[in-house]
Write a protein that binds this ligand. Structure first.
Ligand SMILES: Cc1cc2nc3c(=O)[nH]c(=O)nc-3n(C[C@H](O)[C@H](O)[C@H](O)COP(=O)(O)O)c2cc1C
Length: 139
């Protein structure tokens, strides 16, 4: 059960592009930039990061065979550097999660395919800022 802090949510919103790491079942890693994502903090217990699949290839193959993902967010403007571990709990192109997200993206990016939403449950957050707390678990 992990709820991101207000500061973490502000940092995620401010960074623009985040690296998303996945791996095959056998452990071959892959990392891609992602920009079309939203934080879903509507659940009482867990926070989710919803990512729009527009062009995922190896990323999608990896997620289907291994749902564990990681990402971090940092820029010179963010308060911290935080590393998130998560689990893909749903891939959907139906229902309010997909429809509402797609409706927010479509006006600004009408050329994107908006294939489906990859719903990542945040399971752990670690510090990746320089210094003595580096690598330590925060949430
Ligand atoms: C700045 C930037 C942002 C991107 N954001 C997304 C995104 O939100 N969703 C997506 O499906 N692909 C996005 N892409 C494309 C992926 O990074 C990547 O090209 C695609 O997943 C294919 O790589 P893969 O085979 O490793 O999955 C983005 C690319 C760039 C350069």
């Amino acid at each position: 059960m992990v709820k991101l802090t207000a500061e973490m949510k502000e940092d995620i919103k401010s960074v623009g592009v985040l690296p998303l790491a996945t791996a095959t079942k056998s452990g071959v890693p892959n990392v891609v930039p992602i920009a079309i994502l939203e934080i879903d903090d509507s659940d009482e217990k867990d926070d989710y990061i919803n990512i729009m699949n527009n062009f995922f290839l190896k990323t999608l193959n990896n997620i289907k065979e291994n749902p564990l993902v990681a990402l971090y967010f940092w820029t010179p403007e963010t308060v911290g550097c935080n590393q998130i571990k998560g689990e893909v709990v749903e891939i959907t192109n139906k229902g309010s999660v997909y429809e509402d997200f797609a409706a927010r993206v479509r006006p600004e990016k009408p050329d994107l395919p908006l294939i489906e939403v990859i719903r990542v449950k945040v399971t752990e957050v670690f510090d990746c800022q320089l210094g003595k707390e580096a690598g330590k678990k925060k949430l």
